[in-house]
Design a binder for this molecule. Structure first.
Ligand code: GLU
Length: 328
């Protein structure tokens, strides 16, 4: 290993160790709490919308199908009663479960000490739709991949925006928004390892997050591979740098963030699966899902989605917002 590369790896290791330390010490990454409360969003409320008659997508003929918005996004202050979860009304801020170590998606910027990335900006748009601003109106909480659904079930967060693939299994436990990003699983290896695709890793060690769809795809495609599970996919990067594993297989955008941190790694092979990302809420908040979908519709049409994409993921190529599919 060259001195240059080992220095770089040491730096990456220290950065990851710092991230781990902060998350262990604090458990939660908070943005400032509101000190000058805005009017309660439902104070000027119009009547409660008709409760939906259909269970949202539990039969799941198409996991991408979410609940149709009632119409255009209502302005803050005109959000009908019954739309926002009780905790959001009480707290007057939105608690969002996000990744905090996934560069490009949700990670700490050590210069500004703010979380930043595509998922972070998406979550801020929901807070903005509710309160008119995200300033002081959002509290980010670090969630592990396997901890996303429990965080909603235990009412620790109001919303999860955390590289979460919409699947039929998960629809049985939580409600999803329409697709806000179309990701896909790929493979990351050391540049000099000589692996061209996932099939080359038969009998070798492949790392991914516990509870992720990535692990299932690894087993399906390379049954002889030895699966190494970690709490968050980014934890795999240090293992790869230490030579303890042979590859990391998860969503292309998560891998792109790792490759950016360690240029001795490379993404190889073709796309292994479709991973449509959705925002998740606790089951039973159907009106909130319709509201989030109206916010996403607005972002798709007014250029906000494109702007956020360009800012964080534009280097991966051009993309358009995913088209939503709905049930009534
Ligand atoms: N999108 C995949 C999932 O939801 C992987 C996400 C991750 O590793 O955090 O399971």
């Amino acid at each position: 290993m060259t001195g240059h590369r080992s220095r770089r790896i040491r730096r990456a290791g220290i950065l990851l160790a710092c991230t781990a330390l902060i998350l262990t010490a604090c458990g939660t990454t908070r943005s400032p709490l509101p000190f000058n409360p805005a009017p309660r969003p439902a104070e000027n409320a119009s009547p409660t919308p008709q409760a939906s008659t259909q269970q949202p997508n539990r039969n799941c003929t198409d996991p991408r199908r979410s609940l149709r918005p009632h119409g255009p996004l209502p302005t803050p202050g005109n959000i009908p009663a019954g739309v926002l979860p009780a905790a959001v009304l009480k707290n007057r801020y939105l608690r969002v479960g996000v990744p905090t170590d996934a560069v490009l998606l949700g990670a700490m910027n050590w210069n500004t000490l703010q979380l930043e990335g595509f998922d972070i900006d998406m979550a801020k748009q929901v807070a903005k739709a509710i309160f008119g601003t995200d300033e002081g109106r959002i509290q980010f909480r670090a969630v592990t991949t396997d901890g996303r659904i429990p965080a909603l079930e235990n009412d620790d967060v109001d919303l999860v925006v955390a590289t979460m693939t919409i699947t039929c299994d998960r629809w049985q436990k939580v409600d999803f928004s329409s697709v806000y990003y179309e990701s896909g699983q790929k493979l990351l290896v050391q540049q000099d390892a000589g692996f061209a695709g996932i099939a080359d890793l038969a009998g070798r060690k492949i790392c991914a997050a516990s509870g992720s769809t990535s692990l299932r795809t690894i087993t399906r495609l390379v049954p002889t591979a030895i699966r190494v599970e970690v709490p968050n996919a980014t934890d795999c990067l240090v293992d790869l740098q230490r030579g303890q594993i042979d590859g990391i297989s998860t969503d292309d955008v998560i891998l792109a963030g790792m490759a950016e941190q360690d240029p001795t790694t490379v993404i190889v092979g073709s796309k292994l699966s479709d991973e449509p990302y959705g925002m998740a809420v606790k089951a039973g908040n159907e009106e909130f899902v319709r509201f989030i979908n109206a916010a996403l519709e607005k972002m798709r049409t007014d250029g906000t989605w494109k702007k956020i994409y360009q800012r964080w993921l534009g280097k991966l190529g051009d993309a358009s917002p995913p088209t939503a599919t709905y049930q009534d």
